[in-house]
Ligand binder design. Structure first.
Ligand SMILES: [Zn+2]
Length: 348
């Protein structure tokens, strides 16, 4: 079994000169939390990239590897942090969100979180590595588990946050949900999470590579026009209640409490209309899913209904991060959704 240990490994110039040419051997060569520092043309400023917080989300890793191979000199100093290589190294490679019997690293960056566990120490190390260089900007690169277009997630819609987002995507989700993610923390600099798209899609790796190219090479990150950016607000987290279970199939499963449509990931792409069928549940029992808003309130009654054992949407929704990986759906959440009108206007 793999354990997270608290050492920080630094890739030095001689190792960078001999870098494996393919991403997988490069991954295998890492020994744990790994930092790469590159000197830029302007050595008075730093920018930081965090990636591989989730081991099953390779786009940021692939893009950083490509960029390191290019041996280009960035416009400012760059620190790349490969946050959780051990999870990606758990076989099958690039398929495990976290190491076995551990927990989701991106829920441990909240300083109030229980201290002392291996995963909380890892989160503290990463925070220190970012603080250490007082960066002018931070991007945190992820993928969605299911197929999806790229989008960014941020806790702020300041001009600077939007300008970082624009390097990668035209879509921003603004959140006040506090789950302990790195992008919720205060580094005295803008930080955004980029969900580059589905983990297995080449287009996602391209989003990461082209966005990073700009992030590393632009002399001024904060000059672009952001008027075309689409901002969606108040995401709601749709999750199972208590120990309820979910499956994904083309028919009702008798082995789980609810069954979601096998093709539910397709709802990541477009608006889901009111009255859309999304799955099956027990006909005469309350839904075993909840919809937690950014005030911590359960809004399930406003979004979904149980009609004779079939689950329908009650309003138009934009779903995102829908996944059909049962472990992620169960241990994290089923998906998120946003809507542009306040809930009060939707009722009646
Ligand atoms: Zn992630």
């Amino acid at each position: 079994m793999t354990h997270l240990h608290d050492k920080v490994y630094k890739l030095e110039a001689d190792q960078l000169a001999e870098l494996p040419k393919r991403a997988l051997p490069f991954l295998k060569s890492l020994r744990g939390l790994t930092v790469v520092d590159i000197s830029g043309k302007d050595s008075s400023r730093w920018r930081v990239v965090t990636t591989l917080i989730h081991g099953n989300e390779p786009s940021g890793f692939i893009a950083c590897h490509l960029w390191l191979l290019s041996k280009e000199i960035p416009s400012t100093n760059i620190r790349v942090i490969f946050c959780n290589p051990e999870a990606a190294q758990t076989k099958p490679y690039f398929t495990n969100r976290y190491v076995e019997n551990s927990e989701d690293l991106n829920r441990f960056f909240n300083r109030n979180h229980s201290k002392g566990s291996a995963v909380s120490i890892r989160a503290e190390r990463i925070m220190s590595l970012i603080h250490e260089v007082s960066p002018e900007a931070i991007v945190d690169l992820h993928n969605t588990s299911g197929n999806s277009p790229a989008f960014a997630v941020s806790v702020s819609e300041s001009q600077a946050h939007k300008q970082l987002v624009k390097l990668f995507t035209e879509s921003l989700i603004l959140t006040q949900l506090n789950v302990g993610a790195v992008m919720e923390q205060d580094f005295n600099a803008p930080i955004v999470t980029i969900e580059c798209g589905g983990a297995t899609e080449n287009s996602s790796h391209e989003v990461a590579a082209s966005g990073l190219y700009h992030f590393f090479n632009l002399e001024n990150l904060f000059a672009s026009d952001v008027s075309s950016l689409q901002v969606r607000r108040h995401p709601i987290r749709i999750e199972l209640t208590d120990d309820a279970s979910v499956g994904f199939a083309h028919h009702r499963l008798s082995t789980t409490d609810i069954t979601l449509r096998a093709d539910i990931e397709s709802l990541n792409r477009d608006l889901t209309p009111k009255e859309e069928f999304i799955g099956w549940c027990e006909p005469d029992e309350p839904l075993v899913i909840q919809a937690i808003d950014d005030q911590g309130l359960n809004q399930i009654e406003n979004f979904f209904e149980n009609r004779n054992g079939c689950i329908f949407t009650k309003v138009e929704l934009q779903l995102f991060m829908v996944t059909t990986v049962p472990e992620i759906a169960t241990r994290d959440c089923l998906f998120y959704t946003t809507l542009d009108k306040p809930v009060q206007q939707l009722v009646n």
